[in-house]
Design a protein around this ligand. Structure first.
Ligand SMILES: [Ca+2]
Ligand SMILES: [Ca+2]
Length: 197
Protein backbone atom coordinates (compact mmCIF):
# COMPACT_ATOMS: atom_id res chain seq x y z
CA UNK A 1 0.00 0.00 0.00
CA UNK A 2 1.24 3.44 -0.81
CA UNK A 3 1.73 5.39 2.35
CA UNK A 4 3.70 8.60 2.37
CA UNK A 5 4.04 10.56 5.54
CA UNK A 6 4.05 14.27 5.50
CA UNK A 7 6.36 16.07 7.84
CA UNK A 8 4.67 18.27 10.36
CA UNK A 9 6.98 21.21 10.08
CA UNK A 10 7.69 21.90 13.70
CA UNK A 11 11.10 23.39 14.20
CA UNK A 12 11.98 22.28 17.71
CA UNK A 13 15.74 22.19 17.76
CA UNK A 14 17.82 24.51 15.67
CA UNK A 15 15.64 27.59 15.59
CA UNK A 16 18.78 29.70 15.43
CA UNK A 17 19.93 27.69 12.41
CA UNK A 18 16.63 28.28 10.65
CA UNK A 19 17.05 32.01 11.11
CA UNK A 20 20.44 31.81 9.41
CA UNK A 21 19.17 30.17 6.24
CA UNK A 22 15.65 31.46 6.01
CA UNK A 23 14.53 32.45 2.55
CA UNK A 24 11.79 34.88 1.63
CA UNK A 25 9.01 35.36 4.14
CA UNK A 26 6.68 32.40 3.94
CA UNK A 27 9.18 30.17 2.14
CA UNK A 28 9.28 26.66 3.52
CA UNK A 29 12.48 25.43 5.12
CA UNK A 30 13.48 21.98 6.33
CA UNK A 31 16.06 20.73 8.79
CA UNK A 32 17.85 17.38 8.82
CA UNK A 33 15.91 14.78 10.80
CA UNK A 34 17.28 14.16 14.32
CA UNK A 35 19.06 10.80 14.36
CA UNK A 36 19.07 10.65 10.57
CA UNK A 37 21.91 10.62 8.07
CA UNK A 38 21.96 13.22 5.31
CA UNK A 39 22.89 11.52 2.03
CA UNK A 40 22.72 14.48 -0.33
CA UNK A 41 21.70 18.09 0.22
CA UNK A 42 23.28 19.57 -2.96
CA UNK A 43 25.21 22.19 -0.96
CA UNK A 44 28.48 20.76 -2.29
CA UNK A 45 29.38 19.50 -5.76
CA UNK A 46 28.80 15.75 -6.07
CA UNK A 47 31.04 15.48 -9.13
CA UNK A 48 30.76 12.09 -10.80
CA UNK A 49 28.78 10.70 -7.87
CA UNK A 50 25.73 12.18 -9.58
CA UNK A 51 24.82 10.93 -13.05
CA UNK A 52 21.86 10.50 -15.34
CA UNK A 53 20.81 8.01 -17.99
CA UNK A 54 18.12 8.03 -20.63
CA UNK A 55 16.87 5.69 -23.32
CA UNK A 56 16.95 6.77 -26.98
CA UNK A 57 13.42 8.19 -26.90
CA UNK A 58 13.66 9.94 -23.52
CA UNK A 59 15.55 12.89 -22.11
CA UNK A 60 16.67 13.99 -18.70
CA UNK A 61 18.57 17.04 -17.51
CA UNK A 62 19.73 17.98 -14.01
CA UNK A 63 20.58 21.48 -12.85
CA UNK A 64 21.70 22.76 -9.47
CA UNK A 65 19.32 25.60 -8.64
CA UNK A 66 18.94 28.15 -5.87
CA UNK A 67 15.47 26.92 -5.04
CA UNK A 68 16.11 24.98 -1.88
CA UNK A 69 14.06 23.75 1.05
CA UNK A 70 17.31 23.28 3.01
CA UNK A 71 20.44 25.40 2.68
CA UNK A 72 20.83 27.23 -0.59
CA UNK A 73 20.88 24.65 -3.37
CA UNK A 74 18.70 21.85 -4.69
CA UNK A 75 18.55 19.67 -7.80
CA UNK A 76 16.11 20.42 -10.58
CA UNK A 77 15.23 17.47 -12.80
CA UNK A 78 13.67 18.03 -16.22
CA UNK A 79 12.37 14.80 -17.68
CA UNK A 80 10.54 13.53 -20.73
CA UNK A 81 9.81 9.83 -20.55
CA UNK A 82 9.16 7.58 -23.53
CA UNK A 83 11.25 4.54 -22.64
CA UNK A 84 13.46 4.94 -19.58
CA UNK A 85 15.54 7.49 -17.67
CA UNK A 86 16.76 8.30 -14.20
CA UNK A 87 19.19 10.05 -11.86
CA UNK A 88 21.80 7.96 -10.02
CA UNK A 89 23.65 8.81 -6.78
CA UNK A 90 26.70 6.76 -5.78
CA UNK A 91 28.28 6.63 -2.31
CA UNK A 92 31.38 8.67 -1.52
CA UNK A 93 34.58 6.74 -2.31
CA UNK A 94 35.39 6.08 1.35
CA UNK A 95 31.87 5.11 2.39
CA UNK A 96 29.20 2.52 1.72
CA UNK A 97 25.45 2.90 1.70
CA UNK A 98 24.65 0.56 4.58
CA UNK A 99 21.36 1.89 5.89
CA UNK A 100 20.31 -1.25 7.75
CA UNK A 101 20.09 0.64 11.05
CA UNK A 102 17.60 3.13 9.60
CA UNK A 103 13.89 2.77 8.94
CA UNK A 104 13.18 4.84 5.86
CA UNK A 105 14.48 7.02 3.08
CA UNK A 106 13.27 10.61 3.02
CA UNK A 107 13.48 13.28 0.36
CA UNK A 108 11.90 16.66 -0.24
CA UNK A 109 10.23 17.19 -3.58
CA UNK A 110 9.07 20.48 -5.08
CA UNK A 111 6.11 19.51 -7.18
CA UNK A 112 4.86 21.40 -10.22
CA UNK A 113 1.59 19.47 -10.64
CA UNK A 114 2.82 18.09 -13.98
CA UNK A 115 1.25 14.68 -13.46
CA UNK A 116 4.50 12.90 -14.19
CA UNK A 117 5.20 9.80 -12.13
CA UNK A 118 8.44 8.48 -10.74
CA UNK A 119 9.89 6.08 -8.20
CA UNK A 120 12.97 5.92 -6.00
CA UNK A 121 15.10 2.92 -6.88
CA UNK A 122 17.71 1.04 -4.83
CA UNK A 123 20.40 -1.16 -6.38
CA UNK A 124 21.44 -3.62 -3.69
CA UNK A 125 24.70 -5.46 -3.07
CA UNK A 126 23.59 -8.33 -5.32
CA UNK A 127 22.52 -5.95 -8.14
CA UNK A 128 18.89 -6.60 -7.25
CA UNK A 129 16.83 -3.51 -8.04
CA UNK A 130 14.07 -2.33 -5.72
CA UNK A 131 11.44 0.28 -6.40
CA UNK A 132 9.46 2.51 -4.07
CA UNK A 133 5.71 2.93 -4.46
CA UNK A 134 4.74 5.34 -7.21
CA UNK A 135 5.19 9.04 -6.55
CA UNK A 136 2.97 11.34 -8.61
CA UNK A 137 3.72 15.02 -9.14
CA UNK A 138 0.18 16.09 -8.31
CA UNK A 139 1.07 18.87 -5.89
CA UNK A 140 2.65 22.30 -5.98
CA UNK A 141 5.46 23.36 -3.68
CA UNK A 142 7.64 21.44 -1.26
CA UNK A 143 6.56 18.13 0.22
CA UNK A 144 8.49 15.62 2.28
CA UNK A 145 8.21 12.05 1.04
CA UNK A 146 9.12 9.29 3.47
CA UNK A 147 9.47 5.74 2.17
CA UNK A 148 9.96 2.96 4.75
CA UNK A 149 12.39 0.38 3.41
CA UNK A 150 9.77 -2.37 3.66
CA UNK A 151 7.75 -0.53 1.02
CA UNK A 152 10.51 -1.00 -1.58
CA UNK A 153 9.71 -3.99 -3.79
CA UNK A 154 12.06 -6.06 -5.94
CA UNK A 155 11.44 -5.13 -9.58
CA UNK A 156 9.25 -7.61 -11.42
CA UNK A 157 9.54 -6.00 -14.86
CA UNK A 158 13.31 -5.96 -15.18
CA UNK A 159 16.48 -7.00 -13.36
CA UNK A 160 20.10 -7.11 -14.51
CA UNK A 161 21.11 -10.55 -15.81
CA UNK A 162 23.65 -10.99 -13.05
CA UNK A 163 21.23 -9.97 -10.27
CA UNK A 164 21.12 -12.17 -7.19
CA UNK A 165 17.41 -12.03 -6.49
CA UNK A 166 16.27 -12.92 -2.98
CA UNK A 167 13.54 -10.27 -2.62
CA UNK A 168 15.44 -8.72 0.29
CA UNK A 169 17.45 -5.50 0.27
CA UNK A 170 21.00 -6.78 0.71
CA UNK A 171 23.14 -4.08 2.36
CA UNK A 172 25.15 -2.13 1.50
CA UNK A 173 23.48 -0.97 -1.64
CA UNK A 174 25.67 0.00 -4.60
CA UNK A 175 23.80 3.14 -5.54
CA UNK A 176 20.32 4.59 -5.58
CA UNK A 177 18.11 6.62 -7.87
CA UNK A 178 16.23 9.46 -6.19
CA UNK A 179 14.32 9.78 -9.46
CA UNK A 180 13.46 7.09 -11.99
CA UNK A 181 10.62 8.22 -14.22
CA UNK A 182 7.79 5.87 -14.98
CA UNK A 183 5.59 8.25 -16.98
CA UNK A 184 4.98 11.75 -18.20
CA UNK A 185 7.05 14.89 -18.58
CA UNK A 186 7.83 17.99 -16.59
CA UNK A 187 10.18 19.11 -13.87
CA UNK A 188 10.55 18.69 -10.16
CA UNK A 189 13.17 19.92 -7.69
CA UNK A 190 14.57 17.64 -4.99
CA UNK A 191 16.52 18.43 -1.85
CA UNK A 192 17.66 16.99 1.49
CA UNK A 193 17.78 13.26 0.83
CA UNK A 194 18.24 11.37 4.10
CA UNK A 195 17.85 8.02 5.73
CA UNK A 196 15.96 8.36 9.00
CA UNK A 197 15.14 6.35 12.11
CA1 LIG B 1 19.97 21.95 -0.13
CA1 LIG C 1 18.92 -8.89 -2.46
Amino acid sequence: MVRFNKLVAVAIAGLSLVAGIAGPVGAQTAQPTPGGLVLVDFETDLGDRLSTYAGPASSIKTTIVEQAVQGRYALRIDSVLKDWNGVVVQPPKDQVFDWSSFRALSLWVFGTNSGQMFVVELNDKGEEHFRSPLITDDFTGWKQIVIPFEEFASRQDWQPENADIDLDITWPIKDFQPFASVGGAGYIVIDLIEVIP
